[in-house]
Design a protein around this ligand. Sequence first.
Ligand code: THU
Length: 142
Amino acid sequence: MKTKAVPPAVRRKLEAAARKAAAKAYAPYSRFRVGAAVLAGSGRIYFGCNVENASYGLCMCAERSAILSAVASGESRIGAVAVYTPTREPTSPCGACRQVINEFGPDALVISVCDSDKRLESPLCDLLPDSFGPMNLKRAKR
Ligand code: THU
């Protein structure tokens, strides 16, 4: 599947939204703030942050929080995801977030930015090769 080009102006907006969202992170346990923004099918940008819980296993990542917000607003496609962490190294989405991105954007561009000039950019299919997704269920013989 081919990743659609994200125009530089849209990309800048997406990265700025992810940076801004990190300020909203609720991360009293890990102190690791994450902001994410997704470019949805309509062209709108949705953002999210990580939201932790005293019951640690219930922590929600920034990427999934942004995607859930987009879907709750009626979106069903994701073209790009930006992740920001206030670190020297960029942070790539965790495995669970990769799987959730795959559901709505198997061809999405995934961008990670941080407080240095280092950045990561990969199509989701490179981050989650041979993925399991909606197509597998369509193909299944029942
Ligand atoms: N976290 C994210 O928000 N996104 C990721 O892709 C990796 C991890 C959050 C979860 C938790 O609140 C904190 O970072 C430390 O794992």
